[in-house]
Design a protein around this ligand. Structure first.
Ligand SMILES: [Cu+2]
Length: 222
């Protein structure tokens, strides 16, 4: 009986932790009418660690609430359909080589371009230099943007940000790009394509497959 009680308790904890108390969804552009092409600003950051006690050493994205300006540990965000989404992502994490250099190419953004510290680029070659930390990719709309990492020279002295959410006092790159949100409402899965799950087979476990870290949803609403 004691064994069954332990099993029941474990099930309860698993359900409570992973099924009911998932990361929150941060809503952007709630005052913007859908399908107008209006610009909606989304601000995120990617870090070498996170602020939760269960997996503190997992790499992670954070999303900034447009209302409180607090950093929220989640990868779920909502935008209006048919809008121009302007992304700003602060890149605090160091580099990891891409498994396939294709994911170093900028795809699916407006103008097929992205900007690193204001400088336009169409690709980052992670084989010729250690310069990509993560990617922001939405396979459903063919979007892929590599996230630049702070140069080794830049992080030599202070080191990478060691406490999350990071602040702009830490070495970082500012990545910006725009894309059109789909006209069809729904949940559009997004992910990082760098095998950044350190300590997991092929680097694709842990944070790479867990909502709130390196994978999430763009919730498109009318
Ligand atoms: Cu990643």
């Amino acid at each position: 009986m004691a064994f069954l009680a332990v099993v029941a308790l474990a099930l309860f904890v698993v359900i409570k932790l992973f099924l009911t108390d998932g990361p929150p969804t941060v809503a952007f552009g709630t005052t913007v009418a859908a399908d107008t092409g209006a610009t909606v600003n989304v601000v995120m950051q990617e870090d070498p660690q996170n602020d939760v006690s269960t997996h503190p050493d997992w790499v992670s994205y954070f999303i900034q609430s447009p209302t409180t300006h607090q950093w929220v540990h989640t990868t779920l965000f909502q935008v209006p359909a048919g809008s121009r989404i302007h992304m700003t992502i602060y890149g605090y994490d160091g580099c990891t080589p891409l498994r396939n250099n294709l994911w170093g190419e900028v795809m699916g953004t407006i103008g097929n371009v992205a900007y690193e510290d204001g400088k336009p680029f169409k690709a980052l070659n992670s084989y010729s230099g250690c310069n990509v930390a993560h990617t922001f990719s939405i396979p459903g709309i063919g979007l892929n943007v590599p996230m630049g990492s702070p140069s080794l020279a830049l992080i030599a002295k202070p080191g990478l940000c060691s406490s999350s959410p990071c602040t702009t006092d830490n070495p970082h790159e500012v990545m910006t790009f725009s894309f059109n949100s789909p006209k069809v409402p729904g949940e559009y899965f997004w992910q990082c394509r760098i095998p950044c799950g350190g300590g997991f087979i092929d680097g694709f476990g842990g944070p790479m497959q867990t909502i709130g870290f390196m994978t999430g949803n763009v919730v498109v609403v009318n």
